[in-house]
Design a protein around this ligand. Structure first.
Ligand code: 13P
Length: 256
């Protein structure tokens, strides 16, 4: 298995300079000493340039939480791929909290355009997929996840598909305190996420792509997920907003 990847999605928190710096100053040195785990912090746009400057070349990578696919134009409120390219290495695309807006910049076709645009400027996408509670109850999990993965990656070069990070985040598990069980997450990732990648790009690419689990991940449950053969790390919301994030990354490192 590749080096585990733990990504912090700050969502719409810690977007003022002093609060972002406050957390980064507390976590950067302890995280810098942890071996064998890749860490990515995805703050709001407002503090991305500041954190890029403060972190410099650092073991902590940065990511954005969204972007538009277009390079420029009349897109009020949007941020383009090349605006991000010098500031961060990763970009979260297709998070369920954005898909839920139902807008045409967040449907499967738009997310696919964003993935291609990300690779065009050298950013690695962290593309989010996952079923809602109703879809799960209707037994549609495999269909929903498979379709989201294949539409997001459609038309990529095999080498790009291999470098994608895919986050399986069941919507019902996000912020609910009710994570999927590690066994269930591993099952969906192996069957539906890697299965869809294999259909499009072959088994070797499907095994090489990094797949994360997200949804109510905490220091106390992270090790169960990263111990699973098909789970390469986690996308963490609430538990990434304080010093407990260091504890969470330490638990992953201790399992190596
Ligand atoms: P929580 O870890 O707060 O459940 O959020 C998960 C998430 O949406 C990360 O992108």
């Amino acid at each position: 298995m590749s080096r585990p990847l733990i990504a912090a999605n700050w969502k719409m928190h810690l977007g003022r300079a002093e609060e972002a710096l406050g957390l980064v100053r507390r976590i950067r040195h302890p995280l810098g000493r942890i071996d064998g785990v890749e860490v990515v912090v995805c703050p709001p746009f407002t503090v991305l340039p500041l954190l890029a400057e403060v972190l410099g070349p650092s073991p902590i990578a940065l990511g954005a939480q969204n972007m538009h696919w277009a390079e420029r134009g009349a897109h009020t409120g949007e941020v383009s791929p090349s605006m991000l390219a010098g500031l961060c290495q990763y970009v979260i695309l297709g998070h369920s909290e954005r898909r839920a807006t139902g807008g045409s910049t967040e449907d499967d076709a738009a997310i696919n355009r964003k993935l291609k645009a990300a690779f065009g400027v050298g950013l690695i996408p962290i593309v989010c997929v996952g079923e809602s509670g109703e879809q799960r109850e209707a037994g549609a999990t495999d269909d929903v996840v498979r379709s989201q993965v294949s539409l997001a990656l459609a038309g990529l070069e095999p080498d790009q598909a291999r470098r994608c990070v895919i986050a399986y985040e069941p919507v019902w598990a996000i912020g609910s305190g009710r994570p999927a069980t590690a066994a269930e997450a591993n099952r969906i990732i192996a069957l539906s996420v890697r299965g869809a990648v294999a259909e499009g790009f072959g088994e070797e690419v499907a095994q090489a792509a990094r797949v994360l689990y997200g949804g109510s991940v905490l220091p106390d449950n992270i090790a169960a997920f990263t111990a699973m053969p098909d789970i390469d790390g986690a996308l963490v919301g609430g538990a990434s907003l304080g010093p407990e994030f260091v504890e969470l990354v330490l638990r992953v490192s201790a399992e190596r």
